[in-house]
Design a binder for this molecule. Structure first.
Ligand SMILES: Nc1ncnc2c1ncn2[C@@H]1O[C@H](COP(=O)(O)OP(=O)(O)O)[C@@H](O)[C@H]1O
Ligand SMILES: [Mg+2]
Length: 384
């Protein structure tokens, strides 16, 4: 995937091809000698929630190119997570990059992120309904309405309100050397009940040098170990899509499902219901059950999961996703991965150790701190 795509205005590729090969926040550079062709090409993206045309409607004057004729140029940025109308398994928030011109200049996290922030908001009834129908086409209309109402009125605002509180907590308690590797809150909007329905946060832009697979796992475990042991919270949705590889190292995002390690969930029945339902339908749980049924979980840490949640859930999730970094297309080029390479074999062995050894057995791993330490003890990773 790329950060830039040069597009010949006279012969532009298909929108979905451009979208799929561009990283989030990446830019199309639309070029052409003919002003009408550049304008027409730009117009294909104007008004789409997935793209942002960065110049005003009137194109800037043509630019001189050394040794060639002057060309017209405009840029279009990929700001949406998905193309509108595309079938997606995502069921949750509306997330996009928004332009914040003069706001928070100090919050630039890596080249190219200045002036931009991530907006995460509770979707409308219509947006949620449309997505549910796409992924569950046979659902009865009355049931669909009830599910969507519950999501939009209860589950999403509650989880976004909790996420906001956790981001504040993370900001306070994470060690200073991990700064910039979790989002920082910029702005919060509440509904009339006082529930949070929209936040703006810093954009942890993907980029930087390619990490070796071991360095990727080490840094992810370091973040999670700090979340557990310094901030006192379990993430509970550790997947490749909730990790980012940035100039500052591996970052951790999406604290919407998080729970404090010492939280008494039973004291808030609604929160307990929302979190239990989320965990029960999570793909991590699906994977956990698959491993359980195959008899691969010798470590009793994983016995009673997913509910009530424990820190073991994150341990399982990281141990299983660190061995397949390229399952997320965005990580190609950012994390080195070669099946059967020494790194891949070493991490698969460590994964088996986490999943199968019971406490008391040599090499058993029982918390994120021990996992992070075991990763640190692996040979010094080669640059990818
Ligand atoms: N602060 C951020 N920095 C970089 N990428 C982000 C940030 N917040 C969200 N994203 C991107 O948006 C996607 C969806 O956001 P997320 O918070 O995970 O919402 P959801 O709860 O719907 O999964 C993430 O997988 C990631 O690609
Ligand atoms: Mg997510």
């Amino acid at each position: 995937m790329r950060d830039f795509h040069i597009v010949d205005a006279a012969n532009p590729p298909q929108e979905d091809v451009l979208f799929d090969t561009l990283r989030w926040g990446g830019q199309l550079l639309i070029l052409g000698q003919n002003e009408q062709a550049v304008t027409a090409c730009r117009q294909r993206f104007a008004g789409s929630p997935s793209w942002c045309c960065e110049q005003p409607d009137k194109l800037p004057p043509p630019q001189a190119v050394p040794g060639g004729p002057a060309v017209h140029l405009c840029t279009v940025r990929k700001v949406g997570i998905e193309l509108p109308g595309r079938l997606t398994a995502r069921h949750s928030y509306e997330v996009r990059l928004v332009h914040r011109p003069a706001a928070h200049p100090s919050h630039e996290l890596g080249p190219g992120s200045a002036g931009w922030a991530v907006e995460k908001r509770v979707p409308t009834f219509e947006e949620t309904h449309a997505r549910l129908i796409q992924t569950h086409p046979t659902i009865a209309p009355a049931q669909a309405n009830a599910v969507v109402r519950w999501l939009v009125k209860t589950a999403f605002p509650l989880m976004l309100t909790r996420e906001t509180a956790f981001l504040g907590r993370i900001h306070t308690y994470m060690p200073a050397h991990l700064a910039g590797r979790t989002p920082e809150l910029l702005e919060v909007e509440k509904d009339p009940r006082g529930m949070i329905n929209r936040i703006h946060m810093t954009w942890l832009r993907q980029g930087g040098e390619t990490l070796s697979q071991i360095a990727f796992a080490q840094q992810a475990a370091e973040m999670l170990s700090a979340a557990h042991h310094a901030a006192g919270l379990m993430h509970l949705d550790v997947r490749l899509g909730n990790l980012v590889v940035t100039e500052r190292g591996v970052g951790l995002i999406d604290f919407g499902s998080s729970v404090m390690i010492d939280e008494n969930l039973a004291s808030n029945r609604t929160a307990q219901k929302v979190i239990h339902r989320t965990l029960e339908s999570s793909e991590i749980t699906e994977n956990l059950i698959r491993h359980h049924n195959k008899g691969l979980l010798g470590n009793p840490l994983f016995n009673d999961l997913p509910t009530p949640p424990t820190a073991g859930f994150d341990l399982f999730a990281l141990a299983t996703c660190m061995t397949r970094p390229h399952d997320l297309d965005e990580f190609r080029g950012l994390v080195a991965f070669e099946p059967h390479s020494p790194d891949a074999v070493t991490l698969s062995q460590l994964r088996r150790r986490v999943l199968s050894r019971a406490p008391g057995q040599p090499g058993a791993i029982s918390d994120m701190h021990q996992f992070a330490q075991a990763l640190q003890e692996l040979r010094t990773p080669a640059k990818g």
